[in-house]
Design a protein around this ligand. Structure first.
Ligand SMILES: CC(C)(COP(=O)(O)OP(=O)(O)OC[C@H]1O[C@@H](n2cnc3c(N)ncnc32)[C@H](O)[C@@H]1OP(=O)(O)O)[C@@H](O)C(=O)NCCC(=O)NCCS
Length: 239
């Protein structure tokens, strides 16, 4: 999938100026949101006026089929996907291990389900980024810089600043208001809490949890839970 983030400067002088219409690609593509919890409902809300995606329904194993949530129907639990050829946005975010297992099951039993990269159109996202399968930038006001490598099923929420050359491992979640410095490496299955600051170049191991508001100034070992300023280890993530 390609996204055009070209910038055209108003007032470049000269005669007539070219104009380009963003999103001329025709009809919106249908997408189903897996998980009608807070993350899923916010995602659906944010994409209500998307030019690319049309949210058709929630998939949720804990809700009643036919229930209407914020104007969007619950289609059923994961069984619904058995017979569908459709695109799904995975909005199960709090526990990366649970998300990984769920996706593994869906891939085995529902071969016609696809997991596209879905990028919020009100975020500023470089087009020079390698996205893995099923990555989601859910909400507005993210600034995501150049030359990132992002693993499969990474979920980025709202108002994060992510610097150049950052790597994010698969199934990791970044919540909100996080500032990730250039060249930072975040491992797989990490959860980065709201408002965290990660100093440029820091390496964070797999399955790390970074607490809300933490200021991470040095490398973090796999499986650690870190919090505070400067961030210190206070336990293990049990991942
Ligand atoms: C770090 C975190 C994972 C720890 O969770 P937990 O293990 O359940 O921790 P507890 O709430 O039992 O607190 C344990 C101790 O850590 C402290 N603590 C918890 N979170 C902290 C944080 N973010 N920064 C500093 N200290 C923190 C508590 O005050 C408590 O201290 P005490 O033992 O001296 O009383 C969690 O608090 C957190 O920050 N998660 C991120 C949540 C988030 O950003 N969600 C976004 C939703 S949109």
């Amino acid at each position: 999938m390609r996204f055009s983030n070209d910038i055209f400067v108003y007032g470049a002088g000269g005669a007539r100026r070219d104009i380009f219409v963003y999103g001329a690609g025709g009809a919106r593509r249908d997408i189903f949101v897996y998980g009608a919890g807070g993350a899923g409902r916010e995602f659906a809300n944010a994409f209500e006026h998307s030019i690319t995606w049309q949210v058709r329904g929630f998939i949720d194993d804990t809700k009643q089929q036919g229930e209407i949530i914020n104007g969007i129907p619950v289609m059923g639990g994961r069984g619904y996907l058995l017979f569908e050829k459709c695109a799904v946005a995975m909005c199960i975010v709090e526990n990366p291990q649970v998300k990984r297992e769920l996706i593994r099951e869906i891939k085995i039993h529902c071969p016609d389900v696809s997991f596209p990269v879905v990028l919020n159109e009100e975020s500023s996202i470089s087009r020079h980024i390698e996205w893995g399968e099923g990555c989601i930038v859910s909400l507005p006001y993210n600034f995501i810089s150049v030359n990132l490598q992002v693993g499969d099923f990474v979920w980025i929420n709202v108002a994060n600043i992510i610097g150049h050359d950052v790597r994010i491992g698969e199934y990791s979640t970044l919540y909100s208001g996080i500032n990730v410095g250039g060249h930072v490496r975040i491992g797989s299955e990490c959860v980065i809490g709201s408002g965290a600051i990660i100093k440029p170049g820091v390496v964070i191991g797999d399955r790390v949890i970074v607490g809300a508001g933490a200021v991470v100034v040095k490398d973090v070992d796999a499986g650690a839970v870190v919090m505070g300023n400067p961030a210190r280890e206070k336990g293990e993530s049990h991942g």
